[in-house]
Write a protein that binds this ligand. Structure first.
Ligand code: NAD
Ligand code: TDX
Length: 329
């Protein structure tokens, strides 16, 4: 199978490329190599072809798509806090980029898998026991989640109107190797490795549903193998934790006091809780997560960041300076 992976030099994309190569796929990565990319993550996979280009540039995308049987679309601007500061790149990459790809697969007939997020469903109240399902209404709150919601709508419309063969997945919060230090878990791990303190927005009561990135990759691969075009699958591993729970676990794993963190300015419009019901994916396609224990997963990830300081160190100070400018350091 010839697979084109957009955003394959990013956190989840690069982990997926490793998985796809291990499954025997012939992989090309299309990636603009923005600040969020880690080409180092592909260095151990010399058989993977890397094309540096913009998913919103039809002149690059169309000929490339024509050479592949399947496109897996990870490329996106992905950080909520950045979307609050400057939404423009989110509209271009997440909406125009998805449109450009859809036009290409419409012409060539390639199969598309669109990677999306549970944030398209907005948030749940902290005291609401409900979880998101494939039937939950779209209620995005941030420029990031609104742009991803729009991209999902485009994929479904191209399926219905033009017969594009596309599957979609909406996954919960990922953690694992190669995640940029701007994101919650790597930011706190690297603060702690530097002898500093975790920085918790607001009160830390918000809940995220954590999944190891390897489980996300395996789920996307399962959907490529057994998913039905036109269908959407929610991906989650029952990993709900408050932000404070995560911070206290990291503190304990690193031998620090449970209260050794700072509360900082909250994120405007901060979503309260995300929670995924992944019954459809498990029942219909037989997927199950391997990393059921978030705490054991976090211990592995701490060890990974310890061993990859040469990768994150060059961007750590600049990332923290941006947070400081927003009163979140
Ligand atoms: P990331 O920010 O780590 O990586 C994004 C990659 O896309 C980078 O390599 C970047 O260079 C590339 N890119 C950005 N703009 C591009 C463009 N115009 N053309 C080509 N490449 C471009 O993101 P991530 O966390 O790996 O997320 C990947 C996908 O998974 C996104 O679509 C995101 O919405 C989705 N998702 C993420 C999570 C999560 O927890 N991180 C959860 C659910 C879904
Ligand atoms: O320093 C921090 N302190 C803090 O308390 C940061 C960076 C975040 N937070 C909070 C905000 C959220 O409640 O931690 C939680 C997780 O924050 P992020 O890592 O920014 O993730 P989130 O906004 O939940 O979105 C993530 O999951 C869904 C990804 O970044 C998205 O791409 C994905 O769609």
């Amino acid at each position: 199978m010839r697979v084109l992976v957009t955003g394959g030099a990013g956190f989840i994309g690069a982990n997926f490329v490793e998985h796809a190569v291990a499954q025997g796929a012939e992989v090309t990565v299309l990636d603009l190599l923005t600040y969020a990319a880690s080409p180092d993550a592909l260095a151990a996979l010399p058989q993977v072809r890397l094309v540096v280009g913009d998913v919103a540039d039809a002149a690059v995308v169309e000929p490339l798509v024509a050479e592949h049987d399947v496109v897996v679309h990870f490329a996106a601007e992905s950080h909520n806090d950045n979307s609050l500061r400057d939404p423009g790149p989110f509209i271009r990459t997440n909406l125009v980029g998805t449109f450009t790809l859809l036009e290409a697969v419409r012409r060539t007939g390639a199969r598309l898998h669109h990677v999306s997020t549970d944030e398209v469903y907005g948030d749940l109240a902290l005291d609401d026991p409900a979880r998101f399902t494939e039937d939950s209404p779209y209620r995005p709150s941030s420029p990031y989640s609104a742009s991803k919601a729009g991209s999902d709508h485009l994929v479904r419309a191209w399926g219905r109107s033009f017969g594009v063969r596309a599957t979609l997945s909406n996954c919960s919060n990922n953690y694992g190797p190669w995640q940029h230090v701007e994101k919650f878990i790597p930011r706190q791990i690297t603060n702690l490795l530097d002898g500093g303190r975790p920085k918790v927005y607001g009160t830390g009561a918000q809940v995220r549903d954590w999944i190891h990135v390897a489980d996300h990759s395996a789920a996307v691969w399962t959907i490529l193998e057994r998913g039905v075009p036109g269908e959407t699958y929610l991906i989650g591993a029952d990993g709900e934790r408050t932000n404070l729970d995560i911070v206290r676990t990291l503190l304990r794993l690193l031998g620090r006091d449970a209260e050794d963190y700072d509360l900082v300015a909250d994120r405007p419009g901060h979503d309260q809780r995300y929670a995924i019901d992944s019954t459809k994916l498990r029942r219909e396609l037989g997927w199950t997560p391997r990393f059921a224990d978030v705490e054991a997963g976090l211990a592995d990830v701490i060890a990974w960041y310890r061993g990859h300081e040469d990768w994150w160190r060059p961007v750590k100070a600049g990332t923290e300076a941006a947070y400081a400018a927003r009163g979140q350091a």
